[in-house]
Ligand binder design. Structure first.
Ligand SMILES: [Zn+2]
Length: 292
């Protein structure tokens, strides 16, 4: 699932490419359930003619603020991709067609298109989602505030996410540190990839009980969260799984990852073997020598 760095990459792309554009038409929709809580015909009626005024991210959520006061809340879930292209290309049977199609859009993962908007400036915004867990929800600002309130602080926000805040979150947690880092109600945006990477860099075992961590360990984790996420944003996210940016291109964090998904491979720090365990039903990779 795309985590904070992947969603941030998409949001920054959207700001550059579609903010200020008008929604002219819904060209295609073959999967009504992606539009949450609204019939396609009503959705169409409500968004056509609206201007995209700003795009924000909170945790793994994307919020597109529209000129009429409503907000389009988009969650990519497992395999959702927002793809931006120009009007030369069309969609037929959920696949891109057209002369001179960029090779990225021809890639299989970008060929599960379920929703297409035509925007001003001859722009196409298409939504590809192989597993169809993602959603688009046209809603009110009040609802967006409620979604935001369900999440913990943003780790890239220094004022919101101080060392003292982080310590308080851990002290109040009943679970293991890995589980706590992934809990969106406690801290926003960290998932399995960056959770493993942060704990490796901090030298802390993912199974340690969060509230029993020593101050030194808490500091080490805290001071690795922001640099890890920022490095991943610079690398345009991790495409270990299905993630692609709005041009359909892969990120490249996976090329420098340290432990995530490296079970059985050698630790880049000590040469020992990377191990994998399950914590709360999710895989965790770690180095038994470097992490204590
Ligand atoms: Zn090691």
């Amino acid at each position: 699932m795309p985590e904070l760095p992947e969603v941030e990459t998409v949001v920054r792309d959207l700001r550059k490419k579609i903010v200020g554009k008008k929604i002219l038409e819904v060209l295609y929709c073959d999967e009504p359930k992606i539009i949450r809580g609204m019939a396609v015909a009503i959705f169409k009626k409500k968004i056509i003619g609206q201007k995209i005024e700003k795009v924000e991210r909170r945790a793994k959520n994307i919020f597109m603020y529209l000129s009429g006061g409503r907000v389009l809340h988009i969650h990519l879930k497992m395999t959702g991709h927002l793809l931006i292209s120009d009007c030369r290309f069309q969609i037929a049977d959920g696949k891109w067609v057209g002369e001179g199609l960029p090779k990225e859009l021809e890639e299989k993962v970008n060929q599960f298109i379920h929703l297409v908007l035509e925007l001003s400036g001859r722009t196409i915004l298409a939504y590809s989602d192989m597993r169809k867990f993602g959603f688009w929800h046209l809603t009110s600002k009040a609802h967006i505030e409620a979604v935001v309130a369900r999440h913990g602080p943003e780790p890239l926000d220094d004022e919101m996410f101080t060392l003292a805040t982080f310590r308080a979150i851990l002290r109040a947690s009943g679970g293991k540190i890995k589980q706590t880092l992934l809990d969106q109600s406690k801290i926003a945006g960290i998932g399995n990839i960056y959770g493993d990477e942060i704990l490796f860099l901090a030298g802390v075992m993912p199974t340690k009980i969060a509230k029993k961590l020593r101050n030194k360990e808490i500091e080490k984790i805290y001071y690795n969260i922001r640099p890890t996420l920022e490095k991943a944003i610079k690398m345009r996210g991790a495409s270990i799984g299905d993630f692609r940016d709005t041009a359909g291109k892969k990120g490249y964090y996976q090329e420098s990852r340290l432990v995530y998904g490296r079970e059985g491979l050698l630790c880049l720090q000590c040469g020992g073997k990377i191990k994998r365990i399950k914590i709360a039903g999710r895989s965790s990779c770690y180095c038994p020598k470097c992490q204590r």
